[in-house]
Design a protein around this ligand. Sequence first.
Ligand SMILES: CC(C)(COP(=O)(O)OP(=O)(O)OC[C@H]1O[C@@H](n2cnc3c(N)ncnc32)[C@H](O)[C@@H]1OP(=O)(O)O)[C@@H](O)C(=O)NCCC(=O)NCCS
Length: 177
Amino acid sequence: MCVIETTPRIETRRLTLRAPQMDDAGRLAELCNDFDISRMTSRMPWPYARGDAEDFIARCAIADRRTEVNFMIEHDDAGVVGGLGFDRNADGAIEVGYWIGKPYQGRGLASEALVGAMDWAARSWKKRVVTAGHHSDNPASGRVLCRAGFLYTGRIELRDSLARGETVPCRMMVWLP
Ligand SMILES: CC(C)(COP(=O)(O)OP(=O)(O)OC[C@H]1O[C@@H](n2cnc3c(N)ncnc32)[C@H](O)[C@@H]1OP(=O)(O)O)[C@@H](O)C(=O)NCCC(=O)NCCS
């Protein structure tokens, strides 16, 4: 049976992944209003205003937790440093995405968060297959996914990038526990 936690919380060595709350909006807008982040995602707008953060947090609160769960990535010392979320994609598969604010990149935080999140997805959320894709001009995300055990499928999908206003080739990957 699938166990659905209402407010999943994931602890890793330096991080806590927990549900977004409305008082995260300011911090979210501050870190996400960065084209280098939004251009690597499908749906993050750019510019990214506080209202975009509030809309996102409100949507998270009413999401169907069988197929969509979003986390703020909170660092023990620095507070919120990023976000990570699972959602159902156009093919009906569960797909993971994440970002880390620029001042905090290059410290292994995305890898640590993703490893913790995939462990939770398998053990508590009872998912057996999770997909991901990174833009072909984003090798850093490919490294993060490989470190968390994702494998390349060989498939390249053309995905819309809201921030770029164009479609971008996306290298698809899959994770099996
Ligand atoms: C991709 C992103 C999440 C990485 O976050 P991070 O906390 O810096 O990631 P980590 O430090 O855990 O790991 C980054 C890895 O990429 C590698 N890397 C960084 N820049 C790279 C580059 N230009 N080419 C190849 N590898 C690169 C690092 O060496 C590291 O790998 P290693 O640990 O094997 O040495 C962050 O850059 C980001 O938020 N980017 C914008 C949003 C985004 O891309 N989201 C993912 C969408 S699929």
